[in-house]
Design a protein around this ligand. Sequence first.
Ligand code: MN
Length: 132
Amino acid sequence: MKKVLVIEDNADNMRLIRYSLEHAGYAVLEAGTGEEGVRLALEARPSFIITDINLPNIDGFEVTKRIRESSANGSIPIIAITSHAMAGDRERILACGCTGYFEKPIDPITIVDRIHRQLEAAGCPIEEEPKG
Ligand code: MN
């Protein structure tokens, strides 16, 4: 089962993202802070990472930077979640090393498709697990 690390401090958003990803067959690792997210990214080796930008202490930009600077996870796909206020900040998000991003509010019906499209657009599609 593919592991996904979700870094999100808002419990409601975390619940929606977890539900959607688990429904699509992913195993979800949760981190409520950026520091914990960086630690889990190195320890658990997820297939990809979803990170909120607006986090306490270190934000999603710093999380991405730290993960990118680590040798173990230098090329792992990282998708940012932004609030509407950050919608014009695409350049900054991509410049800091994120693979892609999507905006809140989180729609549990479409979120997994949107994530897959971001990964494909960035040239790092998630392969289907062999059946049986
Ligand atoms: Mn947040």
